[in-house]
Write a protein that binds this ligand. Sequence first.
Ligand code: 4AD
Ligand code: MG
Length: 445
Amino acid sequence: MATTISIADIANYEGQEVTLQGWLYNKTGKGKLQFLKVRDGTGIVQCVAFKKEMPEEAFEVARRIPQETSLLLTGMVRKDERAPGFPGGYEIGITQLDVIQEAEEYPIGHKEHGVEFLMENRHLWVRSPRQWAILRIRATVIRAVRDWLDDHGYLLVDTPILSSSAGENSTDLFEIDYFGQPAYLAQTGQLYNEANMAAFGKVYCFGPTFRAERSKTRRHLIEFWMVEPEMAFFSLEDLMDAEEAFVMYIIQQVLEKHRPELEMIGRDLGPLESIAAPFARISYDEAVERLNALAAETDDPERKSLLEIEWGTDFGSPHETAIAEMFDQPVFVYHYPTACKAFYMQPVEGRPEVCRSVDLLAPEGYGEITGGSERIFDLDLLQRRIQEIGIDPENYKWYLELRRFGGVPHAGFGMGIERTVAWICGLPHIRETIPYARMLTHLTP
Ligand code: 4AD
Ligand code: MG
């Protein structure tokens, strides 16, 4: 009996007879020689069906079966530098081949397909090598996120998805009927993180978050995964230090584990390999000055108007892209106008029109990948902010109460997994970074 192996481990079986369980990905060849590319979820290997070396019926099977047929295959592992595949460098000389289920005509063949069609067939598209590579990288990003936090004294404390009030703002909430009372899908776990921070010091939550945004951009999803660390006694500077180390670790893990995948999706590794701490840290004021200076130097009137910015307005994506281009590195922009940000952000001492917030902008036009701040911990000040903004303090009763029982300076941030994966993989659109994207026009599959 041949050993059943995973393609990922094929290098350990050179010269041995093995069995593979998988799917036919592609087939070429003619006459007495057929090349079957077989994938098993862990990799792709070229398997050679040579009429003289296998039973007649098995060869007929090899010749007949279409793409995505599930199969059981036995053969000899041979080393061959030129053999295509993932990891590549080995092929299998087939000695036996059995069909598990012969596939019907596969809608996603090897020709080009439009993105709309692929999105409609996402349940099949996830099998394509490029999508497979991206989702493997996503899994490593998530693992790196957890490992770094777990290894640096942060405790995972889960926060609820169903909530009775807004977290960030009330404009993009998903409302549901909670036994006759309105409830909302979580936009953030932050408010609960702040309660947990006072119990455990450094905490994080990590889960899906929901924004009923009508925006149809390449950076926005309706459902996305966010990791949110929250730390007692952290200043804005501590926050930036932590984010920097965290992001560096994620990049390093992906580069260490997924060079072949990055190459497979055509990622230019140069910009990724050159990411190095410390990242630039500039204030919103400075960013605005730099943008307007750049606009002044620009002849193209259209670009000029995209870059120009009035103090007090939030950045659009052309602004974020231009700022990151000035540094060719991720860049922290801190002290945004208070009016642009959420109600809970700590105002800057003596200059309440700006707050102790920070966004991390990724290079290569990927924009904001993290957003965070110091939080207001003074009860009176927070009550005043809630009043100024005009939200109902009744909805924030327990949140306000945290400021009555040992309030401390604290800070935290949120990082969107999909934006991070899009940047690391160099993808033009966020939709490929999540297995089943939820967008304005996509709820199925
Ligand atoms: O800036 P945001 O809205 O921050 C918060 O929710 C804070 N409560 C986080 C915190 O301080 N604990 O979102 C944080 C990050 C963004 O930087 C971005 O990476 C991602 O979440 N994000 C989105 N990703 C995909 N689609 C969307 N619609 C996103 N909105 C935010
Ligand atoms: Mg933000």
